[in-house]
Design a protein around this ligand. Structure first.
Ligand code: PLP
Length: 386
């Protein structure tokens, strides 16, 4: 159910990359997000009783179900990137980046394209819609009806491709080239790094909020749910910059059907490897078979552990977090599921992760009930997250 791998690789160089994820960059992104009328920090919840149950000192959950009505953190990246791109195109001064300022302009000539398994595309489509731009979103054929409809609400058009997330990504790239539109992808590859880097910086508002809400508490462990790796890499880079060797231990969590970071690390050759096929996990947001290039450079060097687990663990997490009144979706609850499983059946997992009664653990519930029907079918009641 839960496979654990300690990271032994320390190679390559991500030194240059790290400088894009400093405390001061996180302050800039947070300042930008504060100019979005719908923005406010999501709650950080101190789970006292579960901390006692798991035998740890502290357990917090950052609850992204409250993120701007979109129920996932991904909007932080898409909104930041699109605003940066438009500022560049209009030749505006980026030292005072403001979403509000763009709301006053006619931006109908801009068209954005992306591929998604749900949350990133919803963020891109929402941002484009708010700004009066066009957006085209490509999704894998395994996408659920609700997640497609979430995007149709804001996008100019949604295309369902005959293949997985990686295939959708190829199709989006082709379409953007053909239509002379702007590709806003949350993954990077050789020759496509600038925009994904800005998207990653957008995610720094999440960790900036967390440390503000921790009010001086430190962390020993942080679990990071990983798809293409952009969010976990951004947070890890920030932690390395801010805390150096004393950074909290980072644990990269993936579904076993799409555990490309776990498997790449396991090979021990220091290179990212691709997983082909259907990538069929209920953890749709984490079902990506190709590590983002930039993310790999950071994650391969700075992660302490990798965990690969099956859908049952995500379901346990969803049900258990619901008992704590946290609405957490399939890709949001898996870390909590790991802790619950480890506390009951897999105690050696705690030993390997060096989790004990002094541990102060951060989980990020990265999405709420982004598909309410699936949520209901697993948890047995509907979510109520806004
Ligand atoms: C809910 C959720 N959690 C985590 C992730 C992983 O983020 P990344 O793909 O940047 O690794 C995603 C990605 O879409 C997601 O939707």
């Amino acid at each position: 159910m839960v496979k654990l791998l300690k990271n032994n690789i320390v190679s390559g160089s991500s030194g240059e990359l790290l400088k894009h994820f400093t405390l001061s960059v996180s302050k800039q992104t947070r300042k930008f997000h504060s100019t979005i009328p719908q923005y406010k920090p999501t709650p950080l919840i101190d789970l006292k009783q579960p901390a006692e149950e798991f035998g740890v000192d502290k357990l917090w959950v950052k609850d992204e179900s409250h993120r701007m009505g979109l129920k996932a953190f991904k909007i932080l990246g898409g909104s930041y990137a699109i605003t940066n791109i438009i500022y560049d195109k209009l030749g505006l001064d980026k030292s005072e980046l403001s979403f509000k300022k763009l709301l006053e302009k006619d931006l109908s000539r801009f068209t954005f394209v992306t591929a998604t398994d749900g949350n990133h595309g919803r963020g891109v489509a929402w941002t484009a819609n708010q700004l009066g731009c066009k957006s085209f979103v490509f999704m894998p054929n395994t996408s659920s009806r609700a997640r497609i409809n979430n995007i149709k609400e804001f996008a100019t058009n949604v295309f369902i491709v005959d293949g997985n997330y990686d295939f959708a990504s190829e199709k989006a790239e082709e379409f953007a080239k053909k239509e002379n539109a702007i590709l806003v992808q949350d993954s990077s590859w050789d020759g496509y790094e600038e925009i994904p880097l800005i998207i990653m910086q957008g995610y720094l508002s999440l960790i900036d909020e967390i440390y503000e809400q921790l009010e001086g508490n430190n962390l020993t462990h942080i679990f990071l749910h990983c798809g293409v790796g952009s969010m976990p890499a951004a947070i890890e880079a920030y932690l390395v910059n801010r805390f150096g060797k004393n950074k909290p231990k980072t644990i990269i969590v993936e579904p076993n059907k799409a555990d490309c970071f776990y498997r790449s690390t396991e090979t021990g050759d220091g290179k990212p490897h691709i997983i082909d096929g259907k990538l069929d996990s209920i953890m749709a947001g984490l079902s990506c078979g190709t590590p983002s290039k930039l993310a790999w450079d950071i994650i391969s060097q700075h992660s302490n552990y990798f965990i690969s687990c099956n859908d049952e663990i995500a379901k346990i997490g969803m049900k258990e977090l619901a008992k704590q009144n946290i609405i957490s979706g399939e890709s949001g609850a898996v870390s909590y599921g790991i802790l619950k499983y480890a506390s009951e059946e897999g105690k050696s997992i705690f030993d390997k992760l060096k989790i004990d009664n002094d541990s102060k653990i951060m989980l990020i519930s990265t999405e709420g009930d982004t598909d309410p029907m699936i949520y209901n079918s697993i948890v047995g009641r509907s979510g109520t997250s806004p």
